[in-house]
Design a protein around this ligand. Structure first.
Ligand code: NAD
Length: 306
């Protein structure tokens, strides 16, 4: 299993590290446009192999797509991250050009690859990859919901004063501060609805903290986060590489599902060897449906900027 990660910055390197540590891939190619940068990150990561006990070979390259040839999965993290006070949508001007060029170069050398889009504004960048490459929809996956759901579970565990392994929950909708739809109604602690333990006010607080999860970290760090994003991407890559048939909320092209068309937005999907093997339609209540409609409006407004 060969995996390429484009962008050897904070998220790309973290993602390569988690993939390697999980030890399911034979090779990870890390590619960056900055001369020598990916080579340096790859060498540093390879020097952790004997310490962390993995055999995955990580190779760094400067903009040489021939080295990415025949990758089974390609992850796009290239582009600029947001700074404190910025929204993800403000990144579109620079990142759209980068994502378009990068996806076309990747497909040239790996025509059968599955692409995971991470660069922001992620739902719009996923839509851009659809429009510009014409790859089948099951081979283009946007990563946002897996991260937002991990942040949701972190906030739920905090509110419940419970171990995170006791908690389950999912965030669908757009990957933006206003677009996320944390499904508090369906979140559970060991199968018991979390509303049995938490007041409406506390649940609303969890929801709001989840939605600004990225912005909170950007303010603290001075740039956007990387550990949880990298771990979330590695989870999707592993589900595909190991044909796990796991369910994650991912940005996917909807064609009638959730009453939407011609939009990439977060919905639960089953990930396996073929990429997106199924879009799962869950029954939403009226408030959740209205929240999804609002979320889609936001994503479409950013898509219009393309
Ligand atoms: N979807 C998500 O959940 C999520 C989470 C975190 C970050 N992000 C996004 O991921 C992206 C990367 O974030 P980061 O913190 O790693 O940024 P970073 O600045 O640390 O790394 C980005 C890397 O991309 C490289 N790059 C730029 N143009 C390139 C090109 N044309 N070809 C190859 N490489 C190129 C840069 O040299 C840099 O090393 C940002 O757009 C950020 O907003 C998304």
């Amino acid at each position: 299993m060969k995996i390429t990660v484009v962008g050897a910055g904070a998220v790309g390197a973290s993602c390569a590290e988690y993939i390697a540590i999980k030890n399911f891939a034979s090779e990870v190619v890390l590619l960056d446009i900055k001369e020598g940068f990916a080579e340096g990150k790859a060498m540093d990561l390879m020097q952790t192999a004997s310490l962390n006990g993995f055999d995955t070979k990580i190779k760094g390259v400067t903009n040489d797509y021939s080295k990415t040839a025949n990758s089974d999965i390609c992850v796009i993290t290239s582009g600029i991250p947001r700074k404190p006070g910025m929204t993800r949508e403000e990144l579109i001007g620079i990142n759209a050009g980068i994502v378009k060029t990068v996806s076309s170069s990747l497909i040239q050398h790996s025509p059968n690859t599955i692409i995971i889009v991470v660069s922001n504004p992620m739902d719009t960048m996923t839509y851009l990859v659809h429009k510009s490459t014409n790859l089948p929809k099951h081979r283009i996956i946007g990563m946002g919901g897996a991260l937002d759901s991990a942040r949701f579970k972190y906030r739920l565990a905090e509110a419940l004063d419970a171990p995170i392994s006791d908690v389950d929950g999912m965030v669908i909708g757009g990957h933006s501060d206003t677009g996320m739809v944390p499904l508090t109604r369906l979140a559970t602690r060991n199968s018991v609805p979390v509303s049995k333990f938490l007041s409406n006010d506390r649940l609303n607080q969890v929801m709001e903290d989840t939605k600004v999860g990225g912005a909170t970290l950007t303010k603290l760090l001075g740039t956007s986060a990387w550990y949880a994003p990298g771990a979330a991407v590695s989870g999707l890559v592993q589900a595909i590489a190991c044909d796990q048939k796991k369910m994650f909320p991912c940005s996917v092209l909807l064609e009638g599902e959730y009453g939407m068309n011609d939009i990439c937005i977060g919905a639960p999907v089953i990930l396996g060897r073929n990429g997106i093997e199924k879009i799962v339609e869950i029954e939403l209540n009226d408030a959740e449906k209205a929240h999804m409609v609002e979320s889609a409006k936001g994503v479409r407004a950013t898509n219009d900027l393309l």
